[in-house]
Design a protein around this ligand. Structure first.
Ligand SMILES: [Mg+2]
Length: 348
């Protein structure tokens, strides 16, 4: 198998703000894996929070070339033989997704069919990024007609987080969830969570910093479910997550791809945990990989490609609030500009 890797940069439709940073563009790594005349594509999104970036992801994928062998269906062998370099989860995801896309194309089956799953998962939430309460309410109201649920980014550290939720609650009846991105202390969480319950918020994602010693205490006291995101990356984190949360947020760029994500979903079920599927700001190539396994999850946050000014990998259909996996072989998405043409234009 031949492996190529490159960094792709996408312009966002609007500046995206969360507690720890704001951004106008997003960087992904795209893997292209060719075998017997077919090419599989996969995307992963490295983020600074996890000490990853596009350049190091490409470098890692180049190092993986010697470990691929000649059988794209030997996923355990291939993924098990990759170098043990840390902080390479997004690159691993790009390769895992390219392998799944390739296997689907070689067999003529969509990945969700190859995995024995359903094509349709739960509706995606729409992320209302962090801003002033009035501004968040205005953006929530504008998005509400197209979506079946909203996720509010909190963690402003300005005493206004509950005001943000009240302002949004006043303009929409949609189910709400919140994501604090690690920005509350234990005391702030213990004070805010009963208020969130009173406002009808369904669950709270990552209130505390990763590994915070107060996790079990907050879980025990919270009247609404706690989901962990920054605390839970791979299968190895799932059991410990049960001590501090009622559910986990699986993201393919954290897990290292589809194969590990499926293991995590089943492990979470065995522990009685809820399962959420999240995403980064990424194109339809990465979102399609998520959509293939969305039916394993209770809650879905797959709005990453909808945040882009233009999705360079169309194919995932947004229908009645659901990000529907394509009914085509592999991941079922195609680049707007053919990659070969882009290269011959010297634009890559
Ligand atoms: Mg999150």
């Amino acid at each position: 198998m031949e492996l190529e890797a490159r960094v792709a940069t996408y312009e966002l439709a609007e500046t995206f703000v969360i507690s720890r940073d704001s951004s106008d563009e997003s960087e992904s790594v795209v893997a292209e894996l060719t075998h017997e005349g077919q090419t599989g594509y996969g995307e992963g999104t490295p983020i600074e929070r996890y000490y990853e970036d596009g350049a190091s992801a490409v470098e890692f994928l180049h190092e993986c070339r010697g470990a691929l062998g000649g059988d794209p269906f030997a996923l355990d062998d291939i993924l098990g033989a990759l170098p043990a370099t840390p902080h390479t989860q997004a690159a691993r995801a790009a390769l895992d997704h390219a392998l799944h896309d390739l296997c689907g194309k070689l067999t003529g089956l969509p990945v969700w069919r190859l995995l024995g799953l359903h094509r349709t998962g739960p509706p995606t939430c729409w992320t209302v990024w962090l801003g002033d309460p009035d501004d968040m309410a205005r953006r929530a109201e504008a998005a509400a007609p197209r979506f079946q649920r909203l996720k509010l980014k909190l963690g402003g550290r300005d005493g206004l987080d509950l005001e943000r939720v009240r302002a949004v609650r006043a303009v929409t009846e949609l189910p709400l969830q919140v994501d604090v991105n690690e920005y509350w202390s234990v005391d702030e969480a213990l004070e805010a969570l009963p208020e969130l319950a009173g406002l009808g918020v369904e669950y709270c994602e990552q209130p505390l910093p990763e590994g915070d010693a107060g996790g079990a205490r907050v879980k025990a006291a919270s009247p609404i479910p706690i989901y962990v995101d920054e605390d839970c990356h791979t299968l190895a984190d799932v059991a410990a997550s049960a001590e501090r949360a009622h559910g986990i947020n699986i993201k393919l760029s954290k897990s290292g791809g589809i194969r590990e994500a499926v293991r995590m979903a089943h492990a979470a079920r065995a522990l009685g945990l809820g399962v959420m599927l999240g995403c980064m700001t990424e194109s339809g190539l990465g979102i399609s990989a998520g959509a293939q396994i969305a039916s394993l999850c209770d809650f879905v946050d797959l709005d990453g490609n909808l945040l882009l000014l233009e999705d360079p990998w169309p194919g995932v259909e947004f229908r009645d609030g659901v990000q529907l996996a394509p009914n085509k072989p592999g991941l079922g998405v195609e680049p707007v500009v053919s990659l070969a043409a882009e290269r011959s234009d010297g634009r890559s």
